[in-house]
Design a protein around this ligand. Structure first.
Ligand SMILES: O=c1ccn([C@@H]2O[C@H](COP(=O)(O)OP(=O)(O)O[C@H]3O[C@H](CO)[C@@H](O)[C@H](O)[C@H]3O)[C@@H](O)[C@H]2O)c(=O)[nH]1
Ligand SMILES: O=P(O)(O)OC[C@H]1O[C@](O)(CO)[C@@H](O)[C@@H]1O
Length: 474
């Protein structure tokens, strides 16, 4: 099987990726690369091609202007589009889609590129994938990663670009042959909000694995923080997220700033993308500026680190340092579609405190390595921090749960379930009764493992085939 992934946003390249180098260089890239590498390790997969955008921007890396980038002998990144195209964020790049569709078609019809299935990531890629799928009669799978309606609810600006994104997402949901989501929240709450009649495709809940952390040890994290903290041996309250409002990092900073006892007990470390070159007026610039203001007005320079740049090894070192020093990882997002960082924390045995909106509910229920809090309440967050940092037995219990889950967090099962789903969609194309959009490949819709749909209070649209985190704990 030759799998084609399409992911247009951000700076996608062979590892090491510089996450946070742009606002679109985040979790979906980790997901696509890990999925592709794990799928390629299977003997029934001959090759995995990842198509992304080509652009020229020296500060983001000359690799993005290279048409072909081998990742392994079975995984290749292909970059499409004009050679001198500038880098654009996803909302600005929509006008490029017709040109990219032509370029994709040209590269997908070369004799040595016989794809069997197309897996698209985010709705811009779905538009391209659906077009190619129709032309080549290939099944198309859509993974949303982040959906616009919930972004709007989480405080996203209601603007034409977001409305257009929601329109595209509706088309992707309605027209794809299959949808792969990561959480029950996406399956039972977010997708049904699009009001697309179920029946055009089947939807699977397949839990992603953990992004592979660099091998750096805690000592790397300690060295990285050396110049930022006066008492570097205190436990660390760690947050790592793109500098966008939805991630609610200022809420964590405020909660810490209002709690002198927490400042005495632990240091706060926030990695919020790469700050260099942020343009005034952008969301990321505003988010980072607000964090700096909270730190300055609270006189917290000695205990609140906001490093302006970081690399993959620093991220790994910080997670391990936080775990070693009995700290905690915090994801305070207003809404988190899934939350790969919570898996990263689990993989090093680090307890977490996470938003009770979205994917973290599934993740923490499955792994049991932390507490859920409302992202609206400063006191709930500071109390949770006090409780966890001040109760060694609770910390140990969560750390043990994280360590127990660790072996089950790889991508092998994701690869097995996704490839089996692809195969089913490919085979259904060859059955005589198949006709596109007829719903012939629809499986009936039942309940997610352990949660009757009636309890979710909405119409279920899926047959989840795997919920690996739950299985891992069973
Ligand atoms: O400054 C940063 C910010 C992020 N990261 C890394 O980038 C990834 C970000 O993951 P996450 O916060 O889960 O993802 P998002 O970038 O928000 O991506 C989307 O896609 C992910 C995969 O589907 C989902 O887990 C998210 O909920 C969804 O918002 C993780 O590996 C982080 O460690 C960094 O290294 N540095
Ligand atoms: O919903 P938002 O904040 O626009 O973010 C979605 C973006 O973030 C990412 O998760 C970044 O990797 C992409 O999938 C997507 O481009």
């Amino acid at each position: 099987m030759h799998i084609l992934h399409i992911a247009l946003g951000g700076c996608l390249r062979a590892p090491p990726v510089i996450y946070g180098i742009t606002p679109d260089t985040g979790g979906h890239i980790a997901y696509v690369l890990e999925a592709a590498l794990a799928q390629a390790r299977r003997p029934d997969v001959t090759h995995v091609t990842i198509v992304t955008r080509r652009f020229r921007n020296e500060s983001l890396g000359s690799i993005h202007d290279q048409a072909v980038e081998p990742v392994t002998d079975k995984v290749t990144i292909l970059r499409i589009g004009p050679q001198d195209a500038p880098y654009r964020e996803k909302d600005e790049a929509l006008s490029d889609l017709p040109g990219l569709a032509v370029a994709l078609h040209a590269c997908a019809t070369l004799p040595d590129r016989q794809f069997d299935v197309i897996h698209t990531h985010f709705s811009d890629a779905a538009a391209l994938g659906l077009d190619l799928g129709r032309a080549l009669n290939l099944p198309v799978i859509y993974t949303p990663h982040a959906l616009g309606i919930d972004k709007l609810d989480a405080g996203g600006t209601d603007c034409p670009a977001l409305r257009e994104r929601i329109r595209r997402e509706r088309t992707a949901i309605a027209s794809s042959d299959g949808i792969i989501v990561s959480t029950r929240d996406e399956a039972y709450k977010q997708i049904p909000r699009y009001g697309v009649p179920s029946g055009l495709g089947s939807l699977r809940l397949i839990t992603p694995g953990v992004p592979t952390l660099a091998s750096a040890e805690a000592s790397q994290g300690r060295a990285f923080l050396a110049e930022h903290l006066a008492e570097p041996d205190r436990p660390i309250i760690l947050a790592i997220a793109r500098a966008v409002r939805k991630k609610n990092l200022a809420h964590l900073a405020r909660s810490y700033a209002q709690s002198p006892d927490l400042q005495e007990r632990a240091n706060l470390v926030i990695l919020s993308g790469q700050h260099e070159g942020l343009q005034p007026g952008t969301e990321e610039h505003e988010v980072v500026t607000e964090l700096k203001q909270i730190r300055a007005s609270g006189g917290l320079d000695h205990c609140f680190a906001l490093p302006p740049s970081h690399r993959a090894a620093d991220v790994a070192g910080l997670y391990r340092l936080a775990a070693q020093g009995r700290g905690v990882f915090v994801n305070p997002a207003l809404h988190e579609p899934f939350g790969l960082t919570l898996l990263e924390a689990a993989s090093v045995g680090l307890p977490v405190i996470a938003t009770n909106r979205g994917g973290p509910v599934d993740i923490i229920r499955s792994i049991g390595h932390g507490l859920l809090v409302s992202p609206d309440s400063l006191t709930d967050l500071s109390q949770a921090l006090r409780h966890l940092l001040g109760t060694p037995a609770l910390w140990r219990k969560f750390a043990d749960a994280a360590n127990d889950s660790s072996p089950a967090l790889g991508w092998q099962e994701y690869a097995a379930h996704s490839v089996s789903f692809y195969r089913q969609l490919i085979e259904s194309r060859h059955r005589p009764e198949y006709s596109s959009g007829s719903g012939a490949n629809l499986e009936l819709i039942s309940t997610a493992r352990g949660i009757p749909s009636s309890q979710m209070g909405m119409t279920p649209v899926i047959v989840p085939t795997t919920d690996r985190l739950t299985e891992a704990r069973a």
